[in-house]
Design a protein around this ligand. Sequence first.
Ligand code: BES
Ligand code: ZN
Length: 458
Amino acid sequence: MTEQALSYVDTHFSRFVEELKDLLRIPSISTDPDYAPEVRRAADWLAEHFRKLGFLKVEVFETEGHPIVYAEYTVDATRPTVLVYGHYDVQPPDPLELWTSPPFEPEIRDGNLYARGACDDKGQLFMHVKAAEAYLKTAGTLPVNLKFLLEGEEESGSVHLAPFIEAHRELLAADVVVISDTAMFAPGVPSITYGLRGLAYVEVELTGPARDLHSGVYGGAVENPINVLARLIAGLHDEDHRITIPGFYDDVRPLTEEERRTFRELPFDEKAWMEEIGVSAVRTEKGYTILEAITARPTLDVNGIWGGYQGKGAKTVLPAKAGAKISMRLVPDQDPDDIVEKTRRYFEQKTPPTCKLRFTSLHGGHPVLVDTRHPAMQAAAEAMARVFGRRPYFTREGGSIPVVADFKRLLGLDSVLMGFGLNSDAIHSPDEHFGLDRFRQGIESIVHFLERYGQRPT
Ligand code: BES
Ligand code: ZN
């Protein structure tokens, strides 16, 4: 039945692309409350799509935030059950002026589909929908029992997802989770991601005087909160580019010699990597390669900073406030709550009496490592080998998908991360795109995966 499904994909591919474009036209930006109706529209669009495909159970679940789309096609209790997770929300498209074509008016150029969400993650989740369609419209059934859990809050921290999973354990019962929301190692070089970093995200605000002051009249005695903030931030790394927060590395599992050897064997071209992002030098934690530093070591980055005068020209002001958003990428076995507390202590202890500190934790997620010997990992590797003509590498990636740790903790489920993005797809950036070749290869890989995994005894 796989052959028929694959030839169906071939025949209907251009319609699949048109449908994806319709989904991409919906600006489902989860972080901006003004777009809540659009997020809902995307959820309804997907639910309607599942219903048209003949999914037997389709529901849009309300949460305190954006809705969760659930769809299910059960075939036979003796078959394994695959739970597909994806997110239909997207990042804000700003800065708008840097897009070649408008972010919510999908356009194909040079074989790439350009739109916000084309790769992250509408294009990738849609591959699973279309692989299911290919079986349903040819064989009238699926090789596995299939469940979809699609959320609308991934890009804003998935805050209502864990409680939902906890409250719907039975509904979500499965043998494995499959997610396409990561990247391939390189063009034409498939990979399965077995490690993701976690995240701890905080906001710091320092207040000095009760109001903005004339810097000539008060400067010299009143300490400037921007100066203080800059000093505290500069102190967060040492000369070896290690993070100085006391206890930050306590729970970091060191890379094994074997892992480091595997990393070295990967065909990672440091020079090409640097060129693509326009940097002429890098700064990694001392002793680590770029690839290790961006995937398997923890980091701390300031994501935004504010205070004082930002307008045109000069203004001699001694500002009352300064603030920064700071995120840390975590690796096993760091715990986001523990890291937030350690970071809070750092700022509490270093804030001088001239300033008042407001410290807020925004959101976080646990890091994960998946056992590559899992039967579904192996089925996915075989499936991708069929399509790409070479076996995928097992790699770690630096991004975060917080729900992966929740699936393990709450449902005992491992996740197979079979991603078809490329780091050059510009996710979260202007001109995000997805190669139509990879959209097709992704669908084909999933078709093969479902067949192979469906043959496993449960
Ligand atoms: N798809 C990405 C995660 C990703 C990107 C994994 C590249 C591997 C490689 C996801 O949508 C994302 O951006 N996640 C956020 C999570 C955060 C908002 C909790 C991230 O990593 O910043
Ligand atoms: Zn994503």
